[in-house]
Ligand binder design. Structure first.
Ligand code: NAD
Length: 368
């Protein structure tokens, strides 16, 4: 018999090709009259078009969002929001723009409407990572969860193939970590399974034809599911590693996820039969090698050194990831973690023996 606690995030989700045309309606439903539209510098044109479409409901734009949500950028955006008397935020972009909207909402309580343009999934999580002087800290609060998300596949068509692939693998990682989470609820597991299957079947179609709206739509649907899993199931070794690597060495977020995922699957697989079975059903066995081949075939990066990580960082990252307890199906040992990181740094194939793992005996919380 099931015993669980499940919380459905209260976010309103509008999933529709061309759905950005509903932005004014959604601002109105939240009682907004002066929306500040946010984007990165690269998405400025989309932000300006959206502001134009919002007409009198748009107070202005701020297009300086940056990766890892630097607090000095948030302060600049807050000054603009105050000057314009903004009463809600409309974020159009990937996780960097969503992060800025969350950071402003955390400090002001303003409502947020997000139009995602990548597969990061941040728009449905109550998690915010912020950077001060190169140090990234993460907080979890219902205050940062956006009120409304509009998924419009057309906004993703311009996403370059390289970022498309790494972003989709970032969302795959959210779902995989949900599958091996401690005490996951059955609804989250359903979503995680669906997310893995959907992302894995959609991505090759997007790579072969980036203008394929149906394939892009599936990838976006999978990204929503996976982001929701991240919100409800939490994070384990994979996200801890990527967080440390991104924060310590300034590595690109989604690309780091893409490199690390097969190695963490190799590490955890013997202790996580449910996740392994789902991955193997979607991609073939053994799971780590199958995910690595899938990523490589899609053109993803495979080595941390190619992302700019110094070799001297391996020991530093292994230290940081063994400090402080966090949930992971397999206990994290300093020596095995260093072996994993060294392999990921050079890009050699993930270890077939699970980095010396012994299969866990009768896993108590991992029924198939
Ligand atoms: P991003 O938002 O930094 O976007 C990457 C680049 O792609 C940017 O230059 C952006 O302008 C460009 N871009 C975005 N959409 C585009 C499109 N449709 N067409 C063309 N170019 C486009 O990258 P990301 O991977 O989406 O987000 C990474 C950030 O999100 C990191 O800071 C990470 O920590 C955060 N994140 C947070 C969570 C969470 O739950 N808090 C989850 C995932 C990611």
């Amino acid at each position: 018999m099931h015993t669980f606690v499940h919380e459905s995030p209260p976010t309103r989700v509008v999933f529709e090709p061309g759905g950005r045309r509903h932005a004014a309606r959604e601002v109105g439903l939240l009682g907004g009259r002066r929306a500040l539209v946010l984007s990165t510098p690269g998405r400025r044109r989309q932000a300006e078009e959206l502001a134009e479409q919002l007409g009198p409901l748009a107070a202005g734009t701020f297009t300086g969002a940056a990766p890892h949500t630097p607090v000095n950028v948030t302060e600049q955006a807050l000054a603009v929001a105050r000057k314009l008397s903004a009463d809600c935020l409309v974020s159009i972009g990937g996780g960097s723009t969503t992060g800025l909207g969350k950071a402003i909402a955390y400090r002001t309580g303003l409502d947020q409407i997000v139009l995602p343009t990548t597969y990061a999934g941040s728009e449905v999580t109550p998690v915010l990572g912020e950077t001060v002087d190169g140090t990234k800290t993460t907080l979890r609060s219902p205050e940062v969860l956006p009120e409304t998300v509009i998924y419009d596949v057309d906004l993703t068509l311009s996403l370059p193939v390289g970022i498309t692939v790494t972003s989709a693998l970032n969302s795959l990682a959210h779902a995989v970590e949900a599958l091996w989470a401690e005490d996951p609820d059955p609804v989250t597991l359903l979503m995680a399974r669906e997310a893995v299957t959907t992302i894995v079947s959609a991505l090759p179609g997007v790579v072969s034809d980036p203008a394929d709206r149906a394939a892009r739509g599936s990838a976006l649907y999978g990204a929503w599911l996976a982001g929701t899993c991240l919100a409800t199931a939490g994070m384990a070794l994979h996200h801890k590693l990527c967080h440390v690597l991104g924060g310590s060495f300034g590595l690109p977020h989604a690309a780091t996820h893409a490199v690390i995922l097969p190695y963490v699957i190799a590490y955890n697989a013997p202790w996580a039969p449910r996740a392994t079975a789902v991955i193997e059903q979607a991609l073939g066995a053994p799971a780590a090698a199958a995910v690595r081949a899938f990523a490589e075939n899609a053109g993803a990066p495979t080595a941390l050194r190619d992302l700019g990580m110094p070799e001297s960082g391996i020991a530093k990252a292994a230290d940081a990831c063994t400090r402080g307890p966090y949930a992971n199906p397999r206990p994290v040992r300093r020596d095995t973690l260093e072996a994993l990181l060294r392999a990921a740094w050079t890009g050699q194939a993930p270890a077939a023996d699970g980095y010396g793992a012994h299969p866990r005996q009768a896993p108590p919380h991992d029924p198939l």
